[in-house]
Write a protein that binds this ligand. Structure first.
Ligand code: NAD
Length: 419
């Protein structure tokens, strides 16, 4: 359900007035579907193009390439039946997604290929469209994608950069699928690293979601169930396992509960106890730290031995961990500590660990904010609106099913803070 301001800006009269006085015009984001929802233009020629073409073929995506683009050869090798796009074609020839393989850019002079590909095509993107640039670690691509995201975000278009390690081209599929479909509605301006870890579908696996009885945790549990996982929701009440994660016996109770094995561990339970540092007594600091960081650390230690091969750990961090936030020194410390937890774990047996960092998500927590702060928080991102719990949940489900490892992915609509 859109917020009141967004609803007003979608009504004919108020939207006309809003446009005249320059108010942001949030578009309704496409969500839910696992289909791209329109034609995909593939361009650029490097070592990842063929793998990208194979993903498009497997998705059954309506695809096109420019006639003189060397990518046509990669597409042909992948068996992708791509239509021909003529950049001179009338402007009403639209695309839902643009995918550009920039790994063929070998020096700075080659960066002009970005301009050449996107100049005639970016204006053809439909609302809620997608741009995915495939890279090889080149930093210049970050400046490009983040700026483009800010230009096209107001139309609900997301722009993300995926660096693909040499030799990991075949592991691109789950990430490209996620980024091309409405499931990544609120993920924009991100840089994702794809390494050699393999896809491991969520179906048939067992998952534990802490804080799973409401808000973002409930959405994560719902989406993992939709994908075919058996989910155990843990919470203080109204849950499959009613337990305080800070209780001294919690690690042991859970290790016993999952003695037969666990596949996916989602650390989502979290609290805020905001106050500026000068007014933050130790018990306020420490009680938050117990829930948000120390308990996830203890539970991870206790559950790692029962985590099956190819297990997945996903922590729900926060944009505050990256950008910082006045009044949230305790919260931001704990949420940044979760990123340390993810990146510091020494993992074997195909187990991966990642973090998602939500920005402004429409939940009971954000509904309780003062109106002015809430309204500013909601609009200060490229998509000009708050995200929904399901947006975080879809991102967690992608990480739980892909081989992506040690990434921190913001689900923030490309927030202007801490970018
Ligand atoms: P929420 O308060 O609606 O849900 C949190 C859940 O965690 C609740 O059901 C609560 O009972 C449970 N919980 C709290 N302490 C617990 C404990 N000691 N043991 C077991 N369960 C416990 O919050 P939400 O908005 O859904 O947030 C979920 C997560 O996302 C949190 O970690 C939060 O910090 C993070 N987050 C939220 C936002 C946002 O905009 N809502 C933004 C960034 C990060």
């Amino acid at each position: 359900m859109a917020d009141l301001y967004s609803q007003l800006m979608r009504m004919p009269v108020t939207s006309t007035v809003g446009k005249k006085i320059g108010l942001p015009q949030p578009v309704e984001l496409a969500r839910g579907s696992s289909e791209v929802g329109g034609r995909v233009l593939l361009g650029g020629a490097g070592r990842v193009a063929e793998a990208a073409a194979r993903v498009l073929k497997a998705m059954g995506a309506d695809s096109a390439t420019a006639l003189d683009d060397p990518v046509r050869e990669s597409a042909a090798r992948a068996g992708l039946d791509a239509a021909v796009f003529n950049p001179e074609a009338p402007a009403d020839q639209k695309f839902r997604a643009l995918v550009f393989d920039a790994t063929g850019i070998v020096d700075s002079a080659g960066l002009v290929e970005l301009q050449r590909f996107f100049y005639p095509t970016v204006g053809r993107l439909q609302r809620s469209g997608r741009v995915v640039v495939l890279g090889d670690g080149r930093r210049a691509l970050e400046g490009f994608t983040r700026s483009l995201g800010k230009e096209v975000g107001p139309r609900g278009v997301t722009v993300n950069l995926v660096h693909v390690d040499e030799g990991a081209e075949d592991q691109l599929a789950p990430t490209l699928r996620f980024l091309l479909t409405p499931r990544s509605a609120y993920v924009s301006g991100q840089v994702i690293q794809v390494g050699s870890g393999s896809e491991r579908p969520v179906a048939g696996r067992t998952a534990l979601v802490t804080g799973g009885s409401r808000g973002i945790g409930a959405a994560i549990a719902d989406v993992l169930e939709r994908e075919g996982a058996t989910v155990v929701r843990l919470d203080l009440k109204d849950a499959d396992v009613e337990l305080d994660i800070t209780a001294p016996e919690a690690p042991e109770v859970l290790a016993e509960r999952f003695a037969d094995g666990l596949d996916i561990l989602v650390h989502n339970a979290g609290v805020t106890k905001d106050r500026t540092l000068a007014k933050m007594p130790e018990d306020r600091w420490q009680s938050l730290m117990e829930v948000n960081l120390l308990a996830p650390e203890r539970l991870t230690d206790a559950l790692l031995p029962v985590l099956r091969d190819d297990g997945r750990i996903v922590c729900v961090s926060s944009m505050a961990a990256i950008a910082g936030n006045a009044g949230q020194t305790n919260y931001a410390t704990s949420k940044a500590g979760l990123i340390d937890l993810v990146t510091g774990l020494s993992l074997e047996r195909g187990i991966t660990a990642n973090a998602v960092a939500p920005g402004f998500i429409e939940t009971a927590m954000t509904a309780a904010m003062p109106v002015g702060v809430r309204e500013v928080g909601r609009r200060l991102n490229s998509l000009r609106q708050g995200g929904l719990p399901v947006d975080v949940a879809e991102t967690v489900a992608w990480l739980a099913g892909s081989g992506v490892d040690r990434n921190v992915v913001r689900v923030c609509g490309q927030s202007l803070l801490g970018a």
